[in-house]
Design a protein around this ligand. Structure first.
Ligand SMILES: [Fe+2]
Ligand SMILES: [Fe+2]
Length: 207
């Protein structure tokens, strides 16, 4: 029943925003030693990881929107693993931010609900559009993570290990969406998505 699904999803919302995320896989930076960094390098890393953490909060919302609206049980099950990997990303970025002495973004709930709205809207339009939306999101995220690798301090080997593993996972998610019948989104939609993520990255860098 729809109401049951909605209750389950609301429960996930509360957990995503309040409960500590867990990772089954070992954190990618678990066996890497902390290197010496200047205060400004550390601050930059915190900001970049804060953006990535908010991105993972948004990923939770997108996959929940997808699960909530997908008409196809097989598709829903197919994406359970991707959704779980996003929870692991949440755990990795969150613990890295705290290790560096930073905090997560106060804007997380706002971007969470914005993403959920977009995910549900894409899902309501149809599965192939939902897949297209997921694929495009994952591609944009992986491009963003590549840029992160360019600009983060080379001494922050722990964050680098996390970002690299996330990038690999996001590329896998994009591939899965593509194989599941994703249609290519119109350029206008892609640009709106880029604009939305620009607002997110510019604000969560600071707060
Ligand atoms: Fe992710
Ligand atoms: Fe992903």
């Amino acid at each position: 029943m729809l109401i049951d699904k909605i209750i389950i999803e609301i429960d996930k919302v509360v957990k995503t925003l309040s409960v500590k995320a867990v990772s089954i896989r070992e954190h990618p930076d678990a066996n890497i030693n902390e290197e010496e960094m200047s205060e400004s390098q550390k601050k930059h890393s915190i900001s970049l990881m804060r953006i990535n953490h908010c991105g993972e909060i948004c990923a939770q919302a997108l996959y929940q929107g997808q699960a909530l609206t997908s008409r196809n049980q097989d598709t829903r099950e197919l994406f359970e693993n991707s959704a779980f990997e996003e929870i692991e990303h949440l755990a990795w970025t969150s613990s890295r931010i705290h290790e560096l002495g930073g905090r997560t973004s106060v804007l997380n709930p706002l971007f969470y609900f914005a993403s959920l709205t977009m995910g549900v809207t894409a899902g309501v339009i149809g599965d192939k559009w939902n897949m297209g939306f997921l694929e495009e999101t994952e591609l944009q995220v992986s491009k963003h993570l590549s840029e992160n690798l360019e600009e983060i301090s080379k001494h922050d080997t722990k964050s680098i290990a996390i970002i690299k593993q996330m990038k690999e996972d996001e590329e896998g998610h994009a591939m899965l969406a593509s194989q599941s019948g994703a249609v290519e989104l119109p350029d206008l939609v892609k640009n709106i998505m880029r604009f939305g993520s620009k607002i997110m990255t510019k604000t969560t860098y600071y707060i």
